[in-house]
Design a protein. Structure first.
Length: 157
């Protein structure tokens, strides 16, 4: 795994992983970078490891074990209770792939989830203008062949 932070707008962190275990480990590291409240778009094709990355974040926050974190494809939202530096943290993992239009998105109550102690990670959030406007950053995952992945985290200042 490599970790380089090139100078750019906002803060950018790049990681390269070779396996699911590496991706979970990057998630664990990311948990230390993400300070609530945050709304991050999780961008990546099907099967690139978005949920695998969330497993590591949840694990680092003592919110769930990796095998307890599953894709919220059909439930839309999974909520995990964790902590960071002794403070409670709510981790919300959303998948809005199946939602059609802003009106359907409104039924999720995204604004209510964005409390001061919340980390909100939204798979397919780039589909919605309202989510792009509220997002405080993005995590992009791309396959670089086989099980290798490039993970780019961009956090707005």
């Amino acid at each position: 795994m490599s970790n380089a932070a090139p100078p750019a707008e906002g803060r950018i962190h790049e990681f390269t992983t070779q396996s699911d275990a590496d991706t979970i480990e990057v998630g664990r590291k990311l948990a230390g970078l993400l300070k609530p409240p945050q709304l991050l778009i999780l961008r990546g094709d099907l099967g690139t490891g978005k949920t695998t990355l969330v497993k590591g974040i949840a694990q680092a926050l003592d919110a769930a074990e990796a095998d307890e974190v599953t894709s919220p494809t059909f439930t839309l939202v999974h909520e995990y209770e964790g902590s960071r530096d002794g403070q409670p943290v709510k981790l919300f993992h959303l998948d809005v792939y199946r939602l059609e239009g802003e009106r359907a998105l409104e039924t999720l109550g995204l604004d209510e989830l964005l409390t001061p102690d919340a980390l909100v990670l939204v798979e397919w959030g780039e589909k919605f203008k309202s989510i792009r406007k509220k997002a405080t950053g993005e995590i992009a995952i791309s396959s670089t062949g086989g099980d290798a992945r490039k993970i780019t985290v961009t956090l707005k200042e």
